[in-house]
Design a protein around this ligand. Structure first.
Ligand code: FES
Length: 117
């Protein structure tokens, strides 16, 4: 179990990111793993793989946030940030999601088996 209250125990901490603007996406690196951290318009945080499932060299953090969805900047597939589901083609496969928590000004992201661990 990773959750203790609202804090993820086995998580990577990213300092100061709880203050990023709403409606934005930020690319984070955890070793070789690229993560797209999104702060939705309503202030909630979501983390997904930063590789589009249509073409994995496309960074979702280059895309556009609307509600709790992100649109890939390359071919405009839309992903649900809560489930990772691809909501429009050309992407079909879901994007991997990661649990997040806010701890003060920091963001915690649960990365079960980070590369290099
Ligand atoms: S690379 Fe993302 S939709 Fe094509």
């Amino acid at each position: 179990m990773f959750c203790k209250g609202s804090i993820l125990v086995a998580a990577k901490r990213f300092h100061g990111l709880a203050t990023v603007a709403q409606g934005t996406a930020t690319r984070l690196l955890c070793g070789e793993l690229a993560i797209c951290l999104v702060r939705c318009d309503d202030g909630r945080f979501f983390a997904v793989s930063d590789a589009c499932t249509h073409e994995d060299d496309a960074s979702l953090s280059d895309g556009w946030v609307s509600g709790c969805q992100i649109e890939c900047a390359r071919h405009n597939s839309i992903f649900d940030l809560q489930t990772g589901a691809a909501l429009s083609i050309p992407a079909i496969e879901p994007v991997k999601t990661y649990r997040t928590a806010v701890d003060g000004d920091d963001i915690l992201i649960e990365i079960p088996n980070p590369p290099g661990s």
